[in-house]
Ligand binder design. Structure first.
Ligand code: PLP
Length: 399
C-alpha cells in the first residue's frame, strides 16, 4: 500500500478476509476510534477527496471559463454516471446538497390545498417532519404521522399500519426507504402502489439507500426519490441526488430559484448559484472506489456484518433488536435496557461517554420511550469493534 494516504490504493477486494481494519488507512478516520456511525455522515476515502481537490484546482485555474464552459457538461456527465449506477435515465436525475434539500425541493414545490393530507410515519427523519409540519400549518393541510410496530419483523405490518390512512384526501405519501432512528427497510414499492391507487403522489426518502442496499430507482414506483451519495457511496459531503418521474418534473423546483427557472428540470437544478461543485464532480471517483472495493460484495458483507454484530450485542446485553434481518441493511438497532434516562439528553450523555471513555462513536437514539443504540457496518469495521461496544455498554449499564 502506498504510504501517501491521498494515493493509497488496494488490490481489488474479492472476499471477506480482505475487509476490516486493514482498510482504515484508505480513510482519514482516527484508528483509535471504533467508528460505528457510517450511516450518520458517511466517510470519504482519501482517493475521493484527492479527486475532489483536483476539481477544485481545475476550477481555480480559471474560474470563469470553468463555471461557464467546463462545469455544465462535466456536471451532466457526473449526474449521468450516478443515474446509470441507480438504474435511472440521466435526464431524470439532478444533484442536490443532501437528502434534506431533496425532500424540501419536492415538498415545497407541491401545490397544497386546505384539507389535504400529508402522510408519513413516526419514523420519519426529524428535519423532514419539520418541513411537512411547516407546510401543513402554512396551507391548512393535515400532517398524519402513522406509528409503525417497532420492533418490526414483517414488511406487511408496515403496509397494514399505513393502508388505512391512504385515502382520497392524501396529497402525498413521504416514506423512508431506510428509516433513520430505527434502521428499518420499508416496503416502499407496495406502499407507492397503494398511494397511487387513490391519486396521491409518492416521495421516497432514500437518504441511506445508495450503496447500502441494491437500488433501482424507477423500480420503486415513486414520483420522486432523493438519496445521499455522501453516506454509503463514499462521495464527498454535500453530494446527493433528486430523481423525478418525467411527468412530475415540470412542477418541481430547487429550494433556491436561479437563472434556469422554467427551462427544464436539469437546467433549473444544475445551477443554483455559485457554489463549490467539486464534490458532485468527484462522484465518479466515489463510484470507482465503491466498485473496486467490491460493489455488490460490499453490500453482502456489510449486511452480514450488521446481522452478526446485532446478534452479538443482543446476546451480550439482552436487548431487543429493532428489526429482523430481512428488514435490515447495514444498520441495526437494539433497545438499551437498564440505562439511566430515556430522553435526548440521556442519549447524548451516553454517546459522549462511549466516545470519551471507550473510544467508540455510535449514535444513541431515544425512540418510543426507550434508548436504542444504532450500529452501522462498513467494510473498515470488524467484529472486534462490536465486541468493544458490548464491553463498553456492559461497563456503563446501571452507572
Ligand atoms: C431518512 C433520512 N432522511 C434524511 C436524512 C438527512 O440527510 P442529510 O443530512 O444528508 O440531508 C437522513 C440522515 O441520516 C436520513 O436518515
Amino acid at each position: 500500500m502506498s504510504s501517501d494516504p491521498a494515493t493509497a490504493t488496494l488490490a481489488p477486494v474479492t472476499n471477506r478476509p480482505d475487509y476490516g481494519k486493514r482498510l482504515l488507512p484508505l480513510w482519514a478516520l482516527d484508528p483509535a476510534i471504533a467508528y460505528l456511525n457510517h450511516g450518520g455522515y458517511g466517510a470519504t476515502p482519501h482517493e475521493v477527496l484527492a479527486e475532489q481537490q483536483r476539481w477544485r484546482f481545475e476550477l481555480e485555474r480559471g474560474p470563469t471559463r470553468f463555471m461557464q464552459r467546463v462545469l455544465p457538461e462535466a456536471l451532466r456527465a457526473s449526474a449521468a454516471e450516478l443515474a446509470r449506477f441507480l438504474g435511472a435515465d440521466p435526464m431524470d436525475l439532478v444533484f442536490v446538497e443532501n437528502a434534506t434539500q431533496g425532500m424540501n425541493a419536492v415538498l415545497r414545490s407541491l401545490e397544497i390545498s386546505p384539507g389535504d393530507e400529508l402522510l408519513t410515519t413516526t419514523h420519519v427523519y426529524n428535519a423532514v417532519r419539520n418541513t411537512m409540519r411547516h407546510l401543513a400549518e402554512r396551507f391548512g393541510a393535515k400532517l398524519i404521522e402513522v406509528p409503525l410496530p417497532y420492533p418490526l419483523h414483517d414488511p406487511q405490518e408496515a403496509i397494514d399500519a399505513l393502508a388505512g390512512h391512504i385515502n382520497a384526501r392524501t396529497k402525498l405519501l413521504a416514506i423512508d426507504l431506510i428509516t433513520s432512528p430505527t434502521a428499518l427497510i420499508l416496503p416502499v414499492a407496495a406502499l407507492a402502489a397503494k398511494a397511487h391507487a387513490v391519486g396521491a403522489q409518492v416521495l421516497v426518502d432514500a437518504a441511506h439507500a445508495p450503496g447500502q442496499i441494491e437500488l433501482d430507482l424507477p423500480a420503486l414506483g415513486a414520483d420522486y426519490i432523493t438519496g445521499n451519495a455522501h453516506k454509503w457511496l463514499f462521495a464527498p459531503k454535500g453530494t446527493a441526488f433528486l430523481w423525478a418521474r418525467r411527468d412530475r418534473q415540470a412542477g418541481l423546483h430547487p429550494t433556491t430559484i436561479s437563472h434556469g427557472l422554467g427551462q427544464g428540470f436539469t437546467t433549473e437544478f444544475d445551477w443554483v448559484g455559485t457554489r463549490d461543485p467539486s464534490g458532485w464532480l468527484a462522484t465518479g471517483a466515489a463510484l470507482t472506489f465503491y466498485r473496486r472495493m467490491g460493489g455488490s460484495a460490499i453490500r453482502a458483507h456489510i449486511h452480514a456484518l450488521a446481522n452478526e454484530a446485532a446478534a452479538l450485542l443482543s446476546e451480550r446485553l439482552g436487548g431487543e433488536l429493532g428489526q429482523s434481518p430481512r428488514l435490515r441493511g447495514a444498520m441495526a438497532t437494539m433497545r438499551l435496557d437498564g440505562f439511566e434516562g430515556q430522553d435526548r439528553p440521556a442519549a447524548l450523555a451516553l454517546n459522549d461517554r462511549l466516545w470519551r471513555e471507550h473510544g467508540i462513536e455510535v449514535p444513541i437514539i431515544p425512540f418510543s420511550g426507550s434508548l436504542w443504540v444504532r450500529i452501522s457496518a462498513q467494510i473498515y469495521n470488524e467484529m472486534s469493534d462490536y465486541r468493544r461496544l458490548a464491553d463498553a455498554l456492559q461497563a456503563l449499564r446501571g452507572q
